[in-house]
Every structure is written in C-alpha cells, then in structure tokens.
Ligand binder design. Structure first.
Ligand SMILES: Cc1cc2nc3c(=O)[nH]c(=O)nc-3n(C[C@H](O)[C@H](O)[C@H](O)COP(=O)(O)OP(=O)(O)OC[C@H]3O[C@@H](n4cnc5c(N)ncnc54)[C@H](O)[C@@H]3O)c2cc1C
Length: 408
C-alpha cells in the first residue's frame, strides 16, 4: 500500500497527515519536538486561520475550540495619516486564532489517535533524501529554515534578499477587547504596522501585539532589544512605542494589568520572503515535494503563511486521492493546482511590504476610510488571496475597485 512520509510537524505537515489518515493511507510524520515540548516552548507566531482554513478543520474534525473563545469578525483600522483615521471592515465568515502551543500538540494527538505514526529525530538533507527509499512519496514541510534550500528559489516571486520588516510578537494581558471582536490593524508611515490580534491561549483570550517594524524605523527596537535581557525594560519599551504611535491602542491599554502572558509568549526576529520550486528530482529519479513555509515563506503582516500551507496540504491530499503514481506528472499536477492561489498570496504580501510603500496601497487605505464596501472587500479577501491580488495588483486595479464601490 502507498506509504507517505511527511518531514515536519507544523500546521502544514499535520494537516496533510490528517487528510491522508482520512483516506486510510499509512503515513509517518518526522518531527523534532514532542507535543509537550511544543506546549512548553516559545510561541511560533500569532496565527490567524481564515474561514476557508476553518472549513477544512471542520471537515477534518479538528475544530476543537469554542467559537466564543477563538473567533473574530472585523478588522479595526487606524491609519497614521490624514484627517479621518479610523474605520473598519468585516469578514463574511469569522476567522479564528488559537495559540499554536495548544493547537499543534492537539493535532499531533489527533493524528496518532487516528493511526498516524510520528517518529522523533533531528533530520538533515541526507536523511530526507534517504526517506525516498522507504516511502512512495516524501513531502517536505520543514518550515522556513535552511533545509528549505533543498528547493531552488523562484526569483520572479522572490523580490527581496532581506527581511522588509523586523518582527516582535508577544501575547499580552491588559489590552481591552473591542466589540465586535477584531484584529486592530495600525499602519504608521516611517514606523511600520502593529496588529493587535485576539488569541486564545493558556489563560483564555489575550492579545497578540505583532509589531511589524521598518528596519531603520523607531519601532525596530522591539525586535532588537532582547526580552530575556530585561523583561521589565522590554515592557516599558512596548508601552513607550504604543504611547508614541498608536493612540487607538492606548485607549485599550490597562497599564496595571499589561503583562506578557508567560515568559515564552514572545518571539522576536525577521522573515525573508521567498517562493521556491514545487519539487526537486533527486539523482536516482525520485522526487521531493515542498509544502508550507518550506515552499513559500511570506512576511506575516497579511496572515497568509499557515493559511497557504493548509490550502497546499488539501491540494496534495486531493491529488493523492486520485493519483497514486508519483512520477513527474503527479508533482506537476500538484504544482499546477496550487499555483494561482500561492503565487497570488506571495505577490500580494510582497506588494504590501514593498520598500517606500506601493503607490496603490496608499491610495487604497486612504479611500477605505470612507468606503465601506471597499473595506469589507479588502477584509474578506484575506480569505481569498487570488481576489486580493486581483484587487491590489496594480494602481489601475485599485482605481477600478474604487470606481466600482464608491457610493455603493
Ligand atoms: C509572528 C508571526 C505571525 C504569523 N501570523 C500568521 C497568521 O496570522 N496567519 C497565517 O496564516 N500565518 C501566520 N504566520 C505564518 C505561519 O506561522 C507559518 O506560515 C506556518 O506556521 C508554517 O507552518 P509549516 O508547517 O509550513 O512550518 P513550521 O511550522 O515551521 O514547521 C516545520 C517543522 O519542521 C521541524 N523542523 C525543521 N527543521 C528541522 C530539523 N532539522 N530537524 C527536525 N525537525 C525540523 C520544525 O521543528 C517544525 O515542527 C505567522 C508567522 C509569524 C512568525
């Protein structure tokens, strides 16, 4: 019977494993961290699942969390320019956010409960290539680290050689909720973005403050000043940035209660966006298939990485359902089927983070302040990267959307 090996136990690897167990296929996931180690470890991000991802979770029977704990429906906006600065847009269906230190261990348990096998070990490129001797198909979902270099970069969808934002995200108590629940999207020219994301974690619902900082801007200190060196000083630096640049967030701040949820609820760093080839052929004629961040790494500012990985896992599982011959044709089919959505997601996010700001984004955000139909469309399109890139792909497209929605 067809045996499948999945290297990496992040959201992409686990989703694929669960799809394949639903097809009753023998699957081994290769992982380097146990569920306990993930639960006790550092947050890997603050990861919002859009409603198409949540529909897949429902189909897989892994929608374990209560709607009132995890859902949000709105993007609350603050533009750091112009006279009118606050506005909002609504999703057609709610998104959801669960701390991955809770989410991933639960999915690992689901996977083994359903007959999947997890083998724990560190792996190298040689190990991964060697797996093609033991499995009919090997899918590589090792995340954005060095091992992803197995797959050559696609320059036409990889415009940057360095991160365009410095990142810092922490899960904070002491930020008041907004009604209805939503992600607050703050954009301040010369500084960067701040996303305030309601997230379900160990103490219930808290807020992930994701600071996306221009590398030379005043906010980058939150990525560069190490939290561990002096937690109190880091907290003070966070409050100072909020006071200086984010008035609508300051209104929500309960200073006495403002504290990191736990010492591991913080991540600092940066991401270089890259899109890689879908697959490689090894010298012996076997293939490796890329999935998730190993295939496509995007800056987190538009919440597309995990949603794209989940989409990719479903495409691969659907292709395996009908095709059990893992020749070049199989890998080309997977590539064709996921191309439009993944390329749109990567090109959209890369447009948003363009140095100096893409002209059409300034136009779009200035218009959205007083155009509800446009803001709702932009918001809902976080669930549909193809439609989003159709909207923001060029200045002519934004102008056309404005003409269509103005006065709607
Ligand atoms: C701050 C932040 C916020 C984000 N917000 C969002 C969001 O709102 N929405 C969204 O969709 N995405 C978001 N993302 C992106 C999202 O987190 C990633 O796209 C997604 O988690 C990638 O999943 P993956 O399974 O492809 O890879 P990973 O989760 O990175 O999994 C890779 C696995 O491989 C293992 N591994 C790697 N190398 C080795 C090795 N040598 N030996 C053994 N094991 C190894 C790792 O331990 C890991 O388990 C965010 C990211 C960040 C940083």
């Amino acid at each position: 019977m067809t045996s499948i090996g999945i290297v990496g136990s992040g959201v992409s690897g686990l989703h694929l494993g669960l799809h394949l167990r639903a097809q009753d296929l023998p699957v081994t996931i290769y992982a380097n961290k146990t569920p306990e180690q993930i639960a006790e470890g550092r947050i890997p991000g603050s990861i919002a699942h859009m409603h198409p991802t949540r529909a897949i979770e429902k189909e897989l029977g892994i929608d374990h969390w209560r709607a009132e704990d995890i859902e949000y429906i709105r993007h609350w906006h603050y533009n750091g320019w112009g006279d009118d600065r606050t506005f909002y847009g609504d999703f057609a269906e709610p998104a959801g956010v669960v701390d991955y230190r809770i989410y991933l261990p639960r999915l690992m348990r689901d996977f083994t409960d359903r007959g999947g096998s997890i083998e724990y070990r560190e792996f190298s490129r040689e190990f991964i290539e060697g797996l093609t001797e033991h499995h009919d198909l090997v899918v590589v979902a090792v995340g954005k680290g060095d091992l992803a270099g197995i797959f050559p970069k696609r320059p036409e969808h990889s415009p940057y050689d360095a991160p365009q934002r410095r990142l810092a995200v922490g899960l904070w108590k002491g930020v008041r909720h907004r009604e209805p629940n939503g992600v607050e999207v703050n954009i301040v020219p010369g500084v960067g973005e701040l996303l305030a994301i309601p997230i379900y974690s160990f103490s219930g619902r808290v807020h992930a403050l994701l600071f996306e900082s221009l590398p030379d801007g005043p906010q980058a200190v939150l990525a560069d000043q190490k939290y561990e060196d002096d937690p109190a000083a880091y907290r003070e630096a966070t409050i100072r940035i909020l006071d200086e640049f984010y008035p609508t967030m300051v209104e929500r701040l309960d200073r006495d209660a403002f504290a990191l949820q736990d010492d591991r609820a913080i991540l600092q760093g940066a991401v270089t966006p890259v899109m890689r080839e879908d697959f490689v052929e090894l010298p012996g004629g076997k293939f490796l298939l890329a999935m998730g961040d190993a295939h496509m790494t995007v800056d987190p500012v538009q919440a597309q990485g995990a949603n794209s990985g989940v989409y990719s896992a479903k495409v691969i599982a659907d292709t395996i359902r009908t095709d059990r011959v893992f020749d070049r044709r199989f890998f080309e089919k997977v590539a064709m089927r996921r191309r439009e959505r993944l390329e749109s997601a990567t090109d959209w996010v890369n447009t948003v983070i363009r140095p100096g700001g893409a002209e059409q984004m300034g136009l779009l955000f200035s218009e959205m302040v007083h155009n509800q139909a446009l803001t709702d469309r932009f918001t809902e399109n976080f669930s549909d990267p193809v439609r989003q890139y159709d909207l923001i792909g060029s200045i002519a497209r934004v102008e056309a959307a404005i003409a269509e929605t103005a006065g709607a």
